[in-house]
Design a protein around this ligand. Structure first.
Ligand SMILES: Nc1ncnc2c1ncn2[C@@H]1O[C@H](COP(=O)(O)OP(=O)(O)O)[C@@H](O)[C@H]1O
Ligand SMILES: [Mg+2]
Length: 469
């Protein structure tokens, strides 16, 4: 990966860390430097001032008997590790502290330095003092006044190199501390970045596996943060996909199975008719069966197409006000034949004479048809069906209850699934395809209504809501 998160984070944070520590190191070094030089300067000044007193007498006397002064200068030279010069008011060097400086005696320091001293100001500078010193030094100068008259000055030079040499240890320590801090910061950065990028890699790997059709892949990310959240959502998604895939497989299996049996019987009868196995006088009978089977095939394909398009949301809903009791009565009439042939006892109890509702009449009729169809189909002979309406919190509630074998609690949730139908081996299978309730539920959900099913010892009850007009 050319532009991995890991690389990008590493570079950005890495640059920030290095930059931050570099600034810190530079400031620390500067602060140390200033501190040490300042310290040194103070010491030099102090000694310079002391020497100035002694030098004053010598300078005042003109040509000095400077032996004791020079001795003192030498002591100080060793003590301070600095060279000391005494200049007179003309800037001529009249005394020095070291023997190898004696060549400087009688030389003159630059006018401008003298001028400051003459004003009573002390001077300080870094460098080799106009080439008069061999190495780069820190110089402080202190003026000497005798009876308020400028009579010269004391210049103290300390080697800068030596000052710095003394504190090299501290510099080194500081640098090491900073380097180690940078290393630790980098280490922590590395670990943190891995904590972010590893799970991301894992997720992307798993996504590829799933895209390849292996839906069982799951992640186990325990970072305790948003990435763990992401991992969990991912797992949920994988689970849904797995379920969808399983449904799809079942669906195909179911469809193939449900289409195959009528088609095989159609083929069998037609073959029988063509090759004469079925005698001429039975042909009409079998052709009627073929017709029935063809109609069933058309119905199942229509139902499937309809369910499919409903689930894609292409159901167009036209809500209007209509009277519900009349609609229900019409449905009862439509099922009259089935009801009377099974000698069913049907009761319709409405809570008011006319109940106006606001919904899509065509779709509500389809819901009623499917539920009535099931009720008639699954009620045993001489059983009873009750349709009851009531009102509650702005909605009309319709209950359709029929007697008969109850639906087990685990099956209750599954009746809505496509192709779910009662086990044919139990002899209750009535040739449906298990699509009716799936269609009902889809319609109800698109109408924004609710439907539920309950079942007791000897009854099954479907209940749904319709918006009141
Ligand atoms: N009124 C009812 N009484 C008992 N069982 C029912 C009733 N309605 C539905 N069921 C159960 O739910 C299943 C699914 O119903 P449905 O989707 O309408 O399919 P189908 O009518 O084609 O069997 C039925 O096969 C049956 O097992
Ligand atoms: Mg049905």
């Amino acid at each position: 990966m050319k532009n991995s998160i890991r690389k990008r984070l590493f570079i950005t944070y890495g640059v920030a860390i290095v930059f931050g520590f570099a600034v810190l190191a530079l400031s620390l070094l500067r602060i140390f430097d200033q501190y040490f030089i300042e310290n040194r300067k103070e010491l030099l000044y102090e000694q310079g001032r002391k020497v100035a007193k002694e030098a004053a007498t010598v300078l005042y006397l003109g040509s000095p008997d400077s032996r004791s002064l020079i001795k003192d200068l030498q002591v100080l030279d060793r003590f301070l590790n600095a060279h000391i010069w005494v200049v007179n008011s003309d800037g001529i060097i009249v005394a020095v502290s070291g023997t190898n400086e004696e060549r400087l005696l009688g030389r003159q320091v630059r006018e401008e330095k003298l001028r400051n001293l003459a004003k009573g100001e002390s001077i300080e500078e870094r460098g080799n003092f106009d080439g008069m010193l061999d190495e780069s030094s820190l110089t402080v100068g202190y003026p000497v006044f005798v009876n308020n008259r400028f009579s010269g000055g004391v210049l103290v030079h300390a080697s800068l190199y030596e000052i710095q040499e003394n504190f090299k240890g501290i510099y080194r320590l500081t640098l090491w501390a900073i380097l180690i801090s940078v290393a630790i910061a980098y280490g922590i950065l590395y670990i943190q970045i891995r904590r972010i990028s590893n799970p991301l890699k894992e997720i992307s790997g798993a996504a590829k596996v799933i895209a390849g059709g292996e839906f069982h892949k799951r992640l186990s990310i325990n970072t305790g943060d948003e990435i763990e959240e992401l991992g969990k959502s991912f797992n949920n998604m994988a689970e849904s996909l797995e379920k969808i895939e399983e449904n799809r497989r079942n669906l195909i299996a179911n469809i193939s199975h449900d289409l195959r049996s009528p088609m095989t019987s159609i083929r069998g009868f037609i073959e029988g008719i063509l090759d004469g196995t079925i005698p001429e006088d039975k042909r009409e009978h079998y052709l009627n069966i073929v017709l029935d089977e063809s109609n069933r095939l058309i119905k199942i394909t229509n139902d499937l197409l309809e369910l499919g398009s409903m689930q894609q949301g292409s159901l167009d809903i036209k809500k209007e006000v209509f009277e519900l009791n009349e609609t229900i009565r019409r449905k009862l009439v439509a099922y009259e034949k089935g009801i009377s042939s099974k000698r069913l006892d049907v009761v319709f109890s409405m809570f008011e004479e006319k109940t106006f509702v606001l919904s899509d009449q065509v779709l509500i009729e389809r819901v009623l048809s499917n539920l009535m169809d099931n009720a008639v189909k699954f009620t045993p002979e001489r059983g009873s069906i009750e349709i009851r309406t009531s009102a509650k919190e702005g909605v009309i509630i319709v209950e359709i209850t029929n007697t008969g074998e109850p639906i087990s609690s685990e099956e209750l949730n599954r009746v809505w699934e496509r192709f779910h139908k009662r086990d044919a081996s139990r002899g209750i299978y009535k040739g449906g395809y298990g699509l009716g309730l799936a269609i009902v539920r889809e319609i109800i959900s698109q109408l924004d209504e609710r439907i539920w099913v309950s079942s007791g010892e000897d009854y099954v009850k479907f209940t749904f809501t319709i918006g009141k007009a």
